[in-house]
Design a protein around this ligand. Structure first.
Ligand code: HEM
Ligand code: HEM
Length: 145
């Protein structure tokens, strides 16, 4: 049966939407980080909007990743065979899951500034791995599919 090779593009497209949402959530979070250090005012940080975009990001990240696994299975009939791209995906999902759990605590008003800072450090550093993942993904898409 003829396969739809275009399926390979669905995953990167959803991931790009996720990354845009995540960067925006991170940008909103940055406003809080700034006012805590005397730059700008407390009202600059849109609490609800930050949570909304954070959730949107996390949901899209999972949907995109599941589509990635599904697409590779559909195209090649194999599971988790992309090597480093698959391992990094596990690390990325793990880091953001921890970041989001901490975000959930913060959103219940149970957080300290230290927790907010930990939440920030984990989420921001996970984006470093996302950058590597983009490079790997483009190589994968170009040469191996
Ligand atoms: C569902 C996801 C998320 C939830 C529920 C959430 C929740 C929160 C909440 C409630 C605060 C304010 C804490 C307070 O005022 O006490 C906060 C701060 C912050 N968040 Fe998130 N967040 C989420 C995702 C993210 C993501 C993806 C990023 C980065 C890309 C991020 C970066 C930050 C930053 C930089 C701060 C300010 C830290 C500080 O002031 O030290 N958050 N988050
Ligand atoms: C946060 C970023 C990303 C995560 C968490 C992620 C995750 C995944 C996962 C879990 C798989 C399945 C791997 C397997 O079963 O071995 C996959 C496959 C794949 N990824 Fe990614 N990925 C990300 C970004 C990207 C980007 C930016 C591109 C391309 C521009 C890309 C291209 C691919 C390709 C071509 C596949 C093969 C299956 C398909 O095309 O859907 N990935 N990815």
């Amino acid at each position: 049966m003829e396969k739809f090779k275009e399926m390979a593009f669905l995953h990167p497209m959803v991931i790009v939407l996720a990354i845009i949402s995540g960067v925006y959530a991170g940008f909103l979070g940055w406003k809080r980080f700034r006012f805590r250090r005397g730059l700008g005012s407390a009202s600059d940080f849109p609490w609800k909007k930050h949570i909304q975009w954070g959730k949107r990001f996390y949901l899209l990240l999972w949907i995109g990743s599941i589509i990635g696994v599904g697409a590779l299975f559909y195209l090649k009939g194999t599971l988790l065979t992309s090597g480093l791209h698959a391992y990094l995906a596990v690390l990325i999902l793990l880091l953001f899951s921890i970041g989001v759990v901490l975000g959930g605590k913060l959103s219940k008003g149970k957080g300290t500034n230290r927790l907010a800072l930990t939440h920030m450090a984990i989420n921001y550093s996970a984006f470093f791995f996302v950058l590597i993942q983009i490079v790997l993904g483009v190589i994968f898409l170009t040469f191996f599919l």
